[in-house]
Design a protein around this ligand. Structure first.
Ligand SMILES: Nc1ncnc2c1ncn2[C@@H]1O[C@H](COP(=O)(O)OP(=O)(O)O)[C@@H](O)[C@H]1O
Ligand SMILES: [Mg+2]
Length: 369
């Protein structure tokens, strides 16, 4: 079986931009090799539009679906040109989540893939979550499948992705891979930074504000008493569950020092991870961090001190840029869907069994597998 060239796309709940990973995928060889990665940052207006998507009118949501598809298509072209890459065999896109409710059991990812398949003249795979939910799952997290694929034959390890929402999985030799969403990752910190900087900054670069502040442990304890943290997995989270409202109900942003608020939120986010370890039967000695959180030095420091039994390292030590992991994961899931092979991490999502997730679009005809 020759390698499949897959362009994986991820636009996460942080609405920070589109991350792209150009991958060589070979299922038999258990290979996902990222040969190029880049993130295109969204303009502030677009970021705001995505963040407020749940309050938009139907007409506006419909427009945003097409708008994102067109923007992503232009990013794909720029990306391939920037790295002088040949056209991939397929493109695979998670889509932009504008609504995900574990309680009401529905989800919506937008960013019309037709514009990408039309521009690149290749097939596309998208919309992975609904089939999992139709099969009784949470629809998320789907990345544990990738974790098992790459790390499932190695020493047991925890894979932790800290995006807007943080998710975790434990995998390794002789272990049944198991993962779930653990809590807000960067989202509360991002909201606070945006409020304090009047929208001029979108995140606490390298965790510099958090490093200078003093965390409030009582507040952390109170926030950790939210029912989500004691709920047994499978469980998934929408950014909104720990959104601006949650932030404002726990902090008085006009009175409290920004450094202290960031220090508290940063440590809280690490405590959410620590708390999630109580759902594991084993304590792996390695925690491999990805997502924007891996670029936040204070987050990495807090994780190391809260998880003294483990070595906390960035996924970059395995040759994967922290922001390339999720697009690479969707490159793998898309490749599997394309090859007609189950790609559902049902022991993590709670779906009733193996499924092939993702909808395939082949506007230029269905080629032979
Ligand atoms: N250099 C950095 N220092 C601190 N935080 C960062 C840095 N780069 C990115 N981030 C954080 O990571 C987030 C984006 O992470 P990402 O994994 O793309 O999340 P998502 O999947 O939700 O889009 C940003 O919103 C920001 O909070
Ligand atoms: Mg992102």
């Amino acid at each position: 079986m020759k390698n499949l060239r897959v362009l994986g796309l991820m636009s996460g709940t942080s609405a920070d931009g589109l991350s792209l990973a150009y991958c060589a995928v070979n299922i038999r060889k258990r290979l996902v090799k990222v040969s190029a990665y880049h993130s295109f940052e969204y303009a502030p207006d677009l970021k705001r539009e995505i963040e407020s998507a749940r309050d938009l009118k139907l007409e506006e949501i419909s427009a945003l679906n097409f708008k994102l598809g067109k923007i992503w298509a232009s990013y794909c072209v720029k990306f391939l040109k920037k790295f002088s890459l040949p056209n991939p065999d397929i493109v695979s896109s998670h889509g932009q989540t504008v609504y995900h409710s574990s309680k009401q059991k529905h989800t919506l990812q937008i960013g019309e893939i037709s514009f990408i398949t039309e521009k690149l003249k290749i097939p596309g795979v998208c919309d992975f979550r609904p089939q999992d939910m139709a099969a009784g799952g949470e629809g998320a997290p789907l990345v544990p499948f990738f974790d098992e694929f790459l790390f499932g034959e190695k020493e047991p390890a925890v894979l932790l992705n800290i995006g807007g929402v943080a998710n975790i999985s434990v995998t390794g030799k002789n272990i049944k891979t198991f993962g779930f969403d653990v809590g807000p990752g960067n989202s509360l910190m991002d909201w606070a930074v945006s409020v304090y900087s009047f929208g001029k900054r979108t995140y606490d670069k390298n965790g510099e504000w958090a490093l200078k502040g003093k965390p409030d442990l009582d507040k952390i304890k109170k926030m950790l008493s939210a029912p989500f943290f004691s709920k047994k997995p499978p469980k998934s989270l929408d950014r909104e569950e720990f959104g601006l409202k949650f932030l404002k109900s726990n902090f008085n942003l006009s009175k409290e020092k920004k450094e202290d608020v960031l220090a508290t939120l940063n440590l809280f986010s690490a405590f959410c991870v620590k708390k999630s370890f109580s759902f594991f039967n084993i304590l792996p000695k390695k925690v491999i961090v990805s997502g924007g959180g891996a670029l936040n030095n204070t987050t990495m420091k807090n994780l190391s001190s809260l998880l003294p039994f483990a070595r906390v390292i960035s996924i970059k030590d395995f040759g994967i840029h922290p922001l390339a992991k999720e697009p690479a994961a969707f490159a793998l899931l898309g490749a599997l869907a394309w090859l007609n092979i189950p790609n559902c991490p049902f022991s993590s999502t709670g779906a009733s069994g193996p499924r092939i997730l993702g909808k395939i679009s082949y506007p230029f005809g269905r080629p032979k597998l």
